[in-house]
Design a protein around this ligand. Structure first.
Ligand SMILES: Cc1ncc(COP(=O)(O)O)c(C=O)c1O
Length: 462
């Protein structure tokens, strides 16, 4: 079958429109003998019947394996270059108490970006010393709580925060370890990076001002300087942007060593994952090898000890684990410019459970989940049910052309920034998050009800 001319150039007609490419689907996704999608041995139909749709289905063993895998790869590679690595899971990608426990049990720390994320990590029983707090505008209350509970690191993002954190530490009688976030001028996404003198964005301190800021930090007896921090972007497939940022930070890192200890260097997160069959991110093993080489090489060039490196991956740990199941409601074959037809398949969720396609133009994949089919593939667009024409879940993929109302469809790789960025637009209730493991399913975050939706409206009479 030839490609539909409305398909993007990267999208080929699949040999098997029922196939589940291993790079895109969670490790324990499979087709049963009857053709149904199963995740960790639990069938899509049973999940939909028990929990309704939409539902986020998290492959628990997949998350645990990725968390343990990244820990092992970075431990191994940084031991090779005579140093060590600290891995923080970036909770902004998705955080619940269960997930906090899964990743900390695997030896990871957690990076939180607000008082709310801090509260979830603490509610999970995570030792505060294993938490890092981020944010370009932390409130005084957030800083006070973080210092008071003893978070292991606060990433200072502006000059004004130095005093705020120092004051809080003094009040609590603590010495607070801090990092300084640097605006390195390097920004990366997928295959390319851009390097400027200074990136035009809100995060961090310009490189040129960093030494003064570190001097201010060091002048406070209530602060301990851990090192520099840089995060250059997200969904990155290559290591050259990280190498450029590390190169820029290293010169400063070496200079700072002359004034006192700089034990760590934080290179942030942003490792890419596959959302479609053409995405080919580096493996975590390969990233660890390259990071260790970059850092050891930079240290050797400047004749300084290899620092302990911290990283903050979110998407690469949780993203591939989750599949969102939807029910197909309506289908329209839309003839475009009289030339070709695009099948609009509308589902019972949309931009409220996954805003990334409408926010960033992100691409996803889709498969029929309740059955397999031999019908010819047809180009589809999976649309949501919101009152926005930009409410798209999957911009383009091929599904068997007999897809019909009542079918379940599965959209893989929705674990990162899906639930975390969900909303109640059009008063849709947020779907539940269900963990599946060894043939069992359990709710880890319950879905909202109509009562939840009305509960904050003070005019409701009961
Ligand atoms: C400072 C910082 N660290 C880590 C991350 C995690 O990025 P990713 O989920 O792409 O690994 C982000 C994401 O925005 C971030 O801003």
């Amino acid at each position: 079958m030839s490609a539909n001319p409305l398909a993007p150039s990267w999208l080929a007609v699949p040999d098997d429109a029922n196939g589940l490419p291993a790079a895109v689907w969670s490790r324990n996704a499979a087709r049963s003998e009857s053709g149904e999608l199963t995740i960790a041995g639990v069938g899509a139909t049973a999940l939909a019947e028990r929990f309704g749709t939409p539902v986020y289905v998290v492959d628990e063993a997949d998350v645990k394996a990725r968390a343990a895998g990244i820990r092992a790869s970075f431990d191994r590679e940084f031991a090779r270059v005579g140093s060590a690595a600290k891995v923080y899971y970036a909770g902004k990608a998705f955080l619940s108490t269960e997930v906090a426990r899964w990743v900390t049990d695997a030896g990871l720390n957690i990076d939180v970006a607000s008082g709310g994320e801090l509260a979830v990590a603490l509610a999970a029983g995570v030792d505060a010393a294993r938490l890092g707090l981020h944010g370009n505008n932390k409130s005084l209350a957030e800083i006070d709580r973080a210092v008071g509970v003893g978070v292991g690191a606060i990433v200072i993002d502006s000059r004004i925060e130095i005093e705020r954190v120092a004051d809080a530490a003094q009040r609590h009688g603590r010495v607070q370890p801090v990092r300084l976030r640097i605006n390195s001028g390097v920004h990366a996404s997928t295959h390319e990076y851009l390097a400027t003198a200074r990136e035009d964005q809100k995060f961090g301190i310009p490189l040129a001002d960093a030494a003064d800021h570190v001097a201010l930090i060091r002048a406070h007896p209530s602060l301990q300087f851990l090192g520099l921090h840089s995060h250059i972007g997200s969904q990155i497939f290559e290591s050259d942007g990280f190498a450029e940022a590390a190169r820029r930070l290293f010169a400063l890192h070496a200079e700072l060593l002359e004034g006192g200890p700089v034990p760590e260097l934080n290179l942030g997160g942003g490792f890419g994952i596959a959302y479609t069959s053409v995405d080919e991110p580096l493996s975590i093993d390969e990233i660890a090898v390259r990071f260790a080489d970059i850092v050891a090489g930079g240290a050797a060039e400047l004749g300084i000890p290899v620092p302990v490196v911290a990283i903050e991956p979110g998407r690469s740990i949780i993203g591939p684990s989750t599949t969102t199941l939807y029910t197909v409601g309506t289908i329209k074959d839309v003839l475009v410019d009289g030339a070709a037809t695009r099948k609009y398949v509308s589902v019972d969720g949309g931009m409220s459970d996954n805003v990334r396609p409408s926010l960033y133009g992100a691409d996803y994949s889709v498969r029929i989940a309740n059955r397999a089919s031999d019908a010819e593939p047809a180009l589809v667009r999976i649309a949501g049910k919101h009152c926005e024409s930009g409410d798209i879940v999957v911009r383009a993929d091929y599904l068997p052309s007999d897809v019909r109302p009542g079918d379940l469809v599965g959209v893989p790789a929705t674990g990162a920034y899906g639930w975390a960025m969900s909303s109640n637009y059009n008063y849709l209730a947020r779907p539940p998050v269900v963990a599946v493991l060894d043939g069992e399913a359990r709710v880890i975050v319950r879905g909202e009800t109509e009562e939840d939706l009305l509960s904050r409206d003070m005019g409701v009479t009961r």
